[in-house]
Each structure stands twice: as structure tokens, then as C-alpha cells.
Write a protein that binds this ligand. Structure first.
Ligand code: NI
Ligand code: MN
Length: 228
């Protein structure tokens, strides 16, 4: 079995594993880097890392059309419940066995106010263990924190890290994150969507290759990476 990850631009990611389809932080409408539109995706599960508009994105529209269950923190789940979509609330440190695998919410250092100003609880990252044992760590929007080392202790096959700077880790701290996590593979996201987060991902990947044991994969929006 394999896991396929597709980057749709910014922090929007599709994951196919064991016949299940997940969609993470589906910001597509209004995303200048979007490689697809909300109508073209049919996930069974949508994961939302925090309340910001560039992450909640089209989640409600997609969930209403497809009947997808949205997995997020408790506060965002309550906000989504009121909009009539199916939700599954978890919280940081808590894991659950879903049909697609085991999902644990991890620490993230960021904000989480929802688009209408509602309180969105604490932001999170995701640690996904697929049915066939692959471990994916999506850091989502966060600054660098030392406990990434603890996440790395779980044995990460693939880490997805922001490198855009300004709102999240920039390239230097993302490189330090790779050293703490020690993943086998790493994919940079949350850059080049807007001028403020413009980065040279190839230059960053060259540093990852030279200075760590991880294999970097720079994707173009719409491209995928398969973990065999
Ligand atoms: Ni954010
Ligand atoms: Mn963001």
C-alpha cells in the first residue's frame, strides 16, 4: 500500500491512503496559487488545522456537497456544527482511530481566530499513521518549537513544513525543524501564495539535502508525492 499526497497550493493538501480521501486546509476559492477548485474535490474527511481563512477556506461548501466529516479542534468543530456539517472534534495530544488511520493532533504555535472573529481554540498540526504504518507529520501553521523533537521520536516518514516566513517558520527555522524531526522525506508548503511569503524552495531544498539526512521534495501546486 502507498500514501499519495497532493499539494493544491498554499497549505491545501489532498491525501489518498487505503482507498480513503482526505483533504487538509482546503483554501481554494481566492487562493492565487490554487491548482484546483472546490467543486473538483470529493474527500470523505476534511482536516482543519486552525481557524484562519486561508485554512478553513472552502471546507463548509465541500462538506455540504460531499457529506465529508470535518476533523478539527473542539472550538472549530462547534462553530462548524452550527453550519450543519458533520464534525469530529479532537484536541492537542489526543489521537483517534479513523477509517483512514490514526490521527493525533499536535502542538502548533500560531493563532486560530475564525473568519467571523469567533474563538477558534488552539491551532494544531496533524500526526497521521496510515493503516499500513506510514507516519506523516503536517506541522501546519506554526513557528519552530523544541518539542518537534518529541514528534520526531515517533519516526516520521514524511514531514510537511511551512517555509513562507512572516506568519510561520521561515526557511532557516524550517531547516532547524528538519533537524529536530529527522523525517525521511520533507515537503515545503505555505510559501509563494502571496508576495509576503515568497521563498526560493529549491534553495531551501538544497540546504536540506546538504545539511540533513532528509530527502526534500519541492512540488508545484497540483503535483503529488507518493510514499511507497
Ligand atoms: Ni494561519
Ligand atoms: Mn496560514
Amino acid at each position: 500500500m502507498s500514501v499519495k499526497l497532493t499539494w493544491y497550493g498554499h497549505a491545501a493538501i489532498g491525501i489518498e491512503t487505503g482507498g480513503h480521501r482526505l483533504l487538509v486546509d482546503p483554501f481554494l476559492s481566492g487562493n492565487p496559487a490554487a491548482a484546483t477548485d472546490a467543486k473538483s474535490l470529493a474527500p470523505e474527511f476534511i482536516l482543519i488545522s486552525h481557524g484562519h481563512g486561508d485554512h478553513v477556506g472552502d471546507a463548509v461548501t465541500i462538506a455540504k456537497r460531499t457529506g465529508a466529516t470535518i476533523i478539527s479542534n473542539y472550538e472549530i468543530s462547534v462553530w462548524l456544527d452550527k453550519q450543519g456539517v458533520k464534525t469530529h472534534a479532537q484536541h492537542i495530544g489526543g489521537g483517534h482511530h479513523h477509517p483512514f488511520g490514526h490521527l493525533k493532533l499536535t502542538l502548533a504555535l500560531h493563532g486560530s481566530a475564525l473568519p467571523d472573529g469567533s474563538y477558534g481554540g488552539n491551532p494544531c498540526g496533524f500526526l497521521l499513521t496510515t493503516q499500513d504504518g506510514h507516519k506523516l507529520y503536517l506541522a501546519c501553521d506554526t513557528g519552530l518549537f523544541g518539542d518537534m523533537r518529541l514528534i520526531g521520536e515517533e519516526g516520521i516518514d514524511l514531514a510537511v513544513l511551512p517555509i513562507g516566513d512572516n506568519y510561520t517558520m521561515g526557511p532557516d527555522d524550517a531547516l532547524r525543524a528538519v533537524r529536530l524531526i529527522q523525517p525521511k522525506h520533507v515537503i515545503p508548503v505555505h510559501y509563494n501564495t502571496f508576495g509576503l511569503i515568497a521563498q526560493d524552495a529549491d534553495a531551501w531544498a538544497a540546504r536540506v539535502k546538504a545539511e540533513t539526512s532528509a530527502i526534500p521534495h519541492v512540488l508545484k501546486p497540483g503535483e503529488g508525492f507518493t510514499l511507497a
